[in-house]
Design a protein around this ligand. Sequence first.
Ligand code: CA
Ligand code: CA
Ligand code: CA
Ligand code: CA
Length: 321
Amino acid sequence: MGEPEKILESCCDEMVADFLIGLGRPNKLLIVSWVVAVGALCMPVYGQSVPQYIGVTEGIVDEFGELLKGTDPAAYEFGMPVTEGALVQILKTLNGSIDVPGVNGLPINLNNTVLYSTRIGIGALPDMSLSGIFGAAVVSRPPASTEIFVRIFNAPYLEDSSFYGNSQVYTVSNSGDNAPFVPLIEATDQPLDVNDDDSDGLNNSWEKSYGSNPLEPDTDGDGVSDGTEIATGTDLLDDESLLIVADISCTPNQNIVLLWLAIEGTSYDIQCGQPVGYEGQVAYEDVINAVVATQTEMQVTIPADVAPSCGMFRVQISSAE
Ligand SMILES: [Ca+2]
Ligand SMILES: [Ca+2]
Ligand SMILES: [Ca+2]
Ligand SMILES: [Ca+2]
């Protein structure tokens, strides 16, 4: 468990990656001519077909838009502590289709099987290990016509992963062809677990990514649900971070004026609260619905006849339809 199969032990790996990285954009003619040269160097060792070269040239980002972390190849070379990069799988598909993996990240049927695993950063230059790329030379080349694709996760191990991304399907050509497979994956933005077990508006994958409790709607107990905190841009793990009314005042004719910091385009409900029970609980009900913010500082006036005796007000994001 955990440790992926190591497949990148040959001399070719780094050379392939160096080349792909240096290229910036794939240039098929250049790649082919270069791979022919490297293939010739490596072929005699195994006495079989040339490896299948696989490498991305553009950095892949995670669900937050941050470049995936990579294993630094220099750490292996110099005996330094190795921080593993995000998991990369090379899978075979029997019928050309890419199926959604299970919640645990494993393929759920025999249509897709994992052939090899590696990590972001491996096959990259040491100083590019954090650039969200990888390069691989699969020495045990799959037979011609095998259809393969690449799946990348947002963490080094399946049990820590919450999001993944798939490449396009690539058909392995005959063994004399050195064409590389350049997977196209912009981001690991597909959730592994789309269920929202606590119905707080955040699916279980996002809860894992944010470190919140998937079975507790309000992880930090500040009275605002995890989903609402994300929608309002507050910290769902900090009970002192929540959307609050920034200012409240009364006009001479007893109207109430509320001012709050808003996100433009977001819809807010204004609520009035009355104490209930014995533990400081407050029951809120809407007094004005669906105020769409047109600027970052919003203000509404609540007429005196709408909330004549309320002492508590709050503003919250309108619930989804
Ligand atoms: Ca949830
Ligand atoms: Ca939750
Ligand atoms: Ca909360
Ligand atoms: Ca909070």
